[in-house]
Every structure is written in structure tokens, then in C-alpha cells.
Design a protein around this ligand. Structure first.
Ligand code: COA
Length: 321
């Protein structure tokens, strides 16, 4: 390895306190714990308190990531926050986190790629670091999807939850523990398969999430398999080189189908969708924090991160932790 690369220094996560089980949803709408578990693997999700904003979740996850990294916010020179549920249309949620951390220097901005947002934000920060424009970055995925769900629509409302996760990244030289590569894709022709039916310049309202679930499912498995193959090939690696897959947690069936196609066993995939449901941009750092927290992921492990979301957008990253 030569030149300046990006290293993970720490990860942190935050989940709202309130747990909503499938049975609780079944008491409110025509669904059941059995249907939700069988189709998605979800058992429960966390829902933010009425006064809890995306930036509040992000701020707590960031504090925990900084503590894990043994770093102070004043050492950061970049915050990239991935969200599709910002506090406000503007200013960015990243600047709210910046203020909350008491950080007055550097640059902070949001990235929007829905469920692929964390991989996009990671790629942006990695490029800033490798180009020499940043030395120490905070990359956050934070969402309050409960605010954009149509709670009268059982097809979508049972699938999502709220949460946040963050990682601290730093420049390194000649250290095998670094981010190997990131791979991003999008195809805007599929914008009407997974979208929010509102926005400031169209309906002037916030709107609700709408999805053609079956179509999304089919595209997800194909796109994820292709981008993972691309990431492995770019680094001259095979699936056996991967210690842990840390995937976006949309649906257990998507995780299992993608793993089977790639030849990566279930015992090498971090799963949190059962407890968190789909937390969009937050799901990868939440899963990473779970795997690191319980000791499954250890120093030097090869990690594969992958995600697919509305747009469509999709991407993958390979990193030695
Ligand atoms: N509870 C009970 N029944 C439900 C239900 C719910 N929450 N939601 C839908 N149904 C019913 C449907 O009305 C349909 O009934 P019908 O057969 O009488 O018409 C039946 O269940 C099957 O619906 P279908 O949409 O075909 O189910 P599916 O097997 O495709 O599973 C998803 C639905 C949404 C779980 C699945 O398509 C999926 O996971 N898609 C990907 C979604 C995703 O991950 N999106 C985010 C990507 S980032």
C-alpha cells in the first residue's frame, strides 16, 4: 500500500428508547407478528420520542463514536451526515450536529442517497481524506423514518425504524488497516419504485414514503450482488476473504438471498434488522456498532459494507477494520 488512506478509528450508535413490537402494530392495523417476521425477519423497531429529532440521535451516536476513538470533536475537520429525514429543509442536519459537538471549524454537510446514504457519505469522506483536504472526519447515518411513514399503510409502515450510527475516520500512511475502496451507483429511472410523495418544491409538504415492495426486492438482490462482485474484483479478492458482511438492513430475506448468491454464509453476516427494522442510512453504522460492541468484529478483520436504496442508489465498500 502506498500513499494516504482512510482508517476507521471508532464507531458509536444511538437508538431511541421506545421499542415498538410487531404485536403492538398488529393492535393498531391489519397485520400480524407472524406475517412481519416471515416476510422481513423484523421483530421490533425503535421509534423516536415526539421531540427527538434526527440531529439528536446523530449527536448522541457521534459522541459515542468519538469516545470509542478517544478523540475530541475539536480534532475533526469534516462532518458528512447521511439522512433522508433531516430536521429541516435547511440548514443541514450535519451543521446542527456540529453545533451540538461545540465544533466551530471544519466543514459539515448532508448527503442524501436514502438507504445507501452511509456508503455515499463514507465515499465522500474517504475521497476528502485521500485528496488531503481532510485529516479527521465524522461520518454519520441518522434517520427518523417514523416521521415520513403513512401509518395507515401496512405494506410500508411495519418495515422501518429510527436510529443513528457514526464512525470516526482518520488519515493514515502505510497501515494495512484502512478503507480499501468504495463503489457507488445510481439509476434514476427507478425513482417511482421507492420515494416520498412530497417535498418543498413539489407539494410543499413533507409527504409519505411509498414503495413497490416486490420490484424493490428484485432489483436489490441483483444490484447488491453486482456491486459486491465489483468491489471484490477491484481488490483482487474472493468472497472467502471477507470476515464480516455489514449490510444495510432492509429485510432478512434480501440479506440471505444476497449472501447465497455471493457464496457468503449466514454466520459471516451481521444482522440487526430483527431488532431495528430498516433504519435507512443509519442501519450500516448501527450494525457495525453491534458487531464491534459484542466482539464479533475485531482488529484486522476484512469488512464488506453494502447497501441499496431509493433512486435507485446502491454501493459497497471494503475495509480492513
Ligand atoms: N401485514 C399483513 N399482510 C400484509 C402486510 C402486512 N404488513 N403488507 C402486505 N400484506 C399483504 C398484501 O396485501 C398481500 O395480500 P394479497 O396477497 O391478499 O394481495 C400479501 O400480503 C403479499 O403482499 P406482497 O407485497 O406480495 O408480499 P411480499 O412477499 O412481496 O413481501 C415486502 C412484501 C414489502 C416485505 C417485500 O416485497 C420486501 O421486502 N420488499 C423489499 C422492501 C425493502 O426492503 N425496501 C427497502 C429497500 S432499502
Amino acid at each position: 500500500m502506498t500513499g494516504r488512506r482512510t482508517q476507521f478509528r471508532g464507531v458509536g450508535a444511538y437508538l431511541p428508547e421506545r421499542i415498538v413490537t410487531n404485536d403492538e402494530l398488529a393492535a393498531r392495523m391489519d397485520t400480524s407478528d407472524a406475517w412481519i417476521r416471515e416476510r422481513t425477519g423484523i421483530r421490533e423497531r425503535r421509534i423516536a420520542a415526539p421531540d427527538e429529532k434526527t440531529s439528536d440521535l446523530a449527536l448522541e451516536a457521534s459522541r459515542r463514536a468519538l469516545a470509542a476513538a478517544g478523540r475530541d470533536a475539536c480534532e475533526l475537520d469534516l462532518i458528512v451526515l447521511a439522512t433522508a429525514t433531516p430536521d429541516r429543509t435547511f440548514p443541514s442536519t450535519a451543521t446542527a450536529v456540529q453545533a451540538g459537538l461545540g465544533m466551530t471549524g471544519g466543514a459539515a454537510f448532508d448527503v442524501q442517497a436514502v438507504c445507501s446514504g452511509f456508503i455515499y457519505a463514507l465515499a465522500v469522506a474517504d475521497n476528502f481524506i485521500r485528496a488531503g483536504q481532510s485529516r479527521s472526519a465524522l461520518v454519520i447515518g441518522a434517520e427518523t423514518f417514523s416521521r415520513i411513514l403513512d401509518w395507515n399503510e401496512r405494506e410500508t409502515s411495519v418495515l422501518f425504524g429510527d436510529g443513528a450510527g457514526a464512525v470516526v475516520l482518520e488519515a493514515c500512511e502505510d497501515d494495512p488497516r484502512h478503507l480499501l475502496s468504495t463503489h457507488l451507483h445510481s439509476d434514476g429511472r427507478h425513482g417511482d419504485m421507492l420515494y416520498v410523495d412530497g417535498g418543498p418544491s413539489s407539494t410543499r409538504t413533507v409527504g409519505h414514503l411509498r414503495m413497490k415492495g416486490r420490484e424493490v426486492f428484485k432489483h436489490a438482490v441483483t444490484n447488491l450482488t453486482e456491486v459486491v462482485d465489483e468491489a471484490l474484483a477491484a481488490n483482487g479478492l474472493g468472497p472467502e476473504a471477507i470476515d464480516w458482511v455489514v449490510p444495510h438492513q432492509a429485510n432478512l430475506r434480501i440479506l440471505r438471498a444476497t449472501g447465497r448468491k455471493l457464496g457468503i454464509g449466514d454466520d459471516r453476516v451481521i444482522v440487526t434488522v430483527d431488532r431495528h427494522a430498516n433504519t435507512s442510512a443509519a442501519s450500516i453504522p448501527l450494525a457495525l456498532a453491534a458487531g464491534v460492541g459484542d466482539g464479533r468484529i475485531s482488529e484486522g478483520d476484512m469488512l464488506l459494507l453494502e447497501a441499496m436504496g431509493g433512486g435507485f442508489t446502491w454501493g459497497a465498500a471494503l475495509a480492513r477494520w
